[in-house]
Design a protein around this ligand. Structure first.
Ligand SMILES: Cc1cc2nc3c(=O)[nH]c(=O)nc-3n(C[C@H](O)[C@H](O)[C@H](O)COP(=O)(O)OP(=O)(O)OC[C@H]3O[C@@H](n4cnc5c(N)ncnc54)[C@H](O)[C@@H]3O)c2cc1C
Length: 475
């Protein structure tokens, strides 16, 4: 261990509460990676389990003084390698900062520590008759701080918006340990630059979020659910365009293609029709209007050869949604896959889904597609055998080709999972040279010594990405 690191760790041991600083190699190894498979990760020097903004501030002040890289971590459900360790870094976990500080039912706003789990919070506000809509499929594990740091989306974002739409203010510890409070708790407010949303989605590269002020909504009404099967994905996508253009705002509109249905069926037989090329699941939570919304959905589906079933029974509706929720676990059970996350204008979704299969054929790999269809956000999962180096190589090329396709169709390389390590090389394509320069300038202003999650989002200037991250490990 280097002298500089020894000195820094001794300072942290003296200043942090008992048990907060961990150097046990087994614990460090267990915290090395998030859930993105095949992303590089290095060997951390230490893990700090912060319990307060003061703890976070001490860690950053010390790391800044000694120029030691720090990787912020929460639940490590990330799918882009953003929380992966960097060689010789301090992992700074906010998972134990898990207190809901305030739920204000009058102003419909809440203040939470960054480590509060999304589902715990959503249930707590529901008990007060309120609603926190952003619902990433990882909601039972992922934290509100991690959701803010990645600007997470989810199933009902098609109607209510993503995490950024609910974040009103933050407490952020900057790279030098100073504590910044951004934003407001009021419904309106335009004082100064919008620093809050500079940090939302910054993936731990600009500061460490320790508290989040979140807007809430009145509880939504129980939704009605419909499912419709189509001969082709193109037909399903046409329904998505027509239904959304119709002025209806579904509270959920998800698509699965045939290869996804096959993966789910292999995991659990849910009785998908064998001849269906795609399925749409939709919900409306507009109370008395919901039945009419779903009738409209069924009518539009019929125009595109779709066969829709509206479920009046909440238990049956829950079963339909279960199929969608099983996609992640069913895909993970197959072993190795790379998860793309492209988002295109809705009108381009059909072309995207079709051309993803061209990519699959061209690279000799299997790609399944599941989409937050109402948002134009497609998750093509590139499946491969990790024991076959040739397949691994082809899968990586297919993964990149899908991002190129998303950009060609006027979209973005990532709708909700973030850039992390996985999509860094494509980000420069999306941002262009001026965009990259502005990103670098902002990063340099807030983190002049480059200690915060270096090599994530943008490769650290003057280094090769893999040299920063360390060696390649699987999640
Ligand atoms: C099964 C599954 C389903 C998923 N479904 C969705 C989905 O529907 N929608 C979606 O958007 N994502 C989804 N994800 C991805 C992931 O859950 C989200 O990105 C989530 O927001 C990460 O939160 P976390 O607490 O796990 O953060 P981590 O994975 O620990 O960290 C994520 C990134 O944020 C940074 N970070 C974490 N906490 C802080 C903090 N307090 N301050 C500063 N930086 C921080 C880390 O450095 C890292 O770059 C899914 C993941 C899984 C495994």
């Amino acid at each position: 261990m280097s002298t500089v690191l020894d000195t820094a760790l001794a300072e942290l041991a003296a200043g942090l509460p008992d048990g907060a600083l961990v150097t046990d190699p087994d614990v460090l190894a267990a915290h090395r990676s998030d859930r993105a498979p095949f992303c590089p990760s290095g060997r951390p020097a230490a893990l700090v389990r912060a319990r307060s903004t003061d703890d976070v501030s001490l860690v950053l002040r010390t790391a800044h003084a000694h120029r030691i890289p720090v990787v912020p971590q929460a639940a490590r459900t990330g799918l882009a390698g953003g929380a992966n360790a960097i060689e010789g870094c301090i992992l700074l976990s906010v998972e134990r900062m898990d207190r809901i500080l305030e739920i204000d039912t009058v102003d419909q706003v809440a203040v939470v520590e960054a480590g509060v789990v999304n589902a715990v919070f959503s249930r707590a506000v529901a008990e007060r008759g309120l609603f926190y809509p952003p619902d990433p499929s990882s909601w039972e594990e992922s934290t509100l701080g991690g959701n803010a740091a990645t600007n997470a989306g989810g199933l009902c974002c098609v109607k209510y918006g993503v995490t950024a739409d609910f974040v009103r203010g933050l407490t952020v510890v900057l790279a030098d340990g100073s504590v910044l409070r951004t934003g407001r708790r009021t419904a309106k407010g335009v004082a100064g630059y919008d620093l809050t949303h500079l940090f939302v989605g910054s993936e731990g590269t600009l500061g460490v979020i320790t508290e989040v002020t979140l807007a809430l909504r009145p509880a939504a009404q129980a939704p009605l659910t419909a499912v419709a099967f189509f001969p082709t994905p193109a037909a399903a996508c046409a329904v998505v365009s027509d239904y959304m253009a119709d002025g209806t705002r579904p509270s959920l509109l998800e698509l699965m293609d045939r290869p996804t249905m096959d993966v789910v069926s292999a995991y659990r037989d849910l009785g998908f029709p064998p001849d269906a090329g795609a399925v749409l699941i939709t919900q409306s939570d507009r109370g008395e209007q919901a039945a009419a919304d779903l009738k409209r959905f069924a009518d539009i589906a019929a125009v595109h050869d779709g066969d829709a079933i509206v479920s009046e029974d909440p238990a049956e509706a829950e079963m339909l949604l279960a199929a969608r929720r099983l996609v992640a676990v069913a895909t993970e059970s197959l072993g190795a896959y790379l998860a793309d996350d492209v988002c295109v204008p809705r009108r381009m979704l059909a072309e995207l889904v079709d051309r993803v299969q061209d990519v699959a054929r061209a690279h000799g790999v299997r790609i399944t597609c599941v989409a937050h269809a109402g948002d134009g956000n497609l998750h093509p999962h590139v499946l491969f055998d990790p024991a076959d180096p040739d397949q691994v190589e082809r899968a990586h090329r297919a993964f990149g080709a899908v991002m190129d396709l998303g950009l060609e169709l006027g979209g973005t390389i990532t709708g909700e999972h973030g850039v992390g390590v996985l999509k860094r090389d494509w980000l420069t394509k999306e941002l262009g040279p001026v965009g990259v320069r502005v990103h670098r300038d902002i990063k340099h202003t807030l983190d002049p010594r480059g200690i915060l999650n270096p090599g994530k989002v943008l490769a650290a200037a003057g280094t090769t990405a893999d040299a920063v991250a360390g060696d390649v490990g699987t999640a």
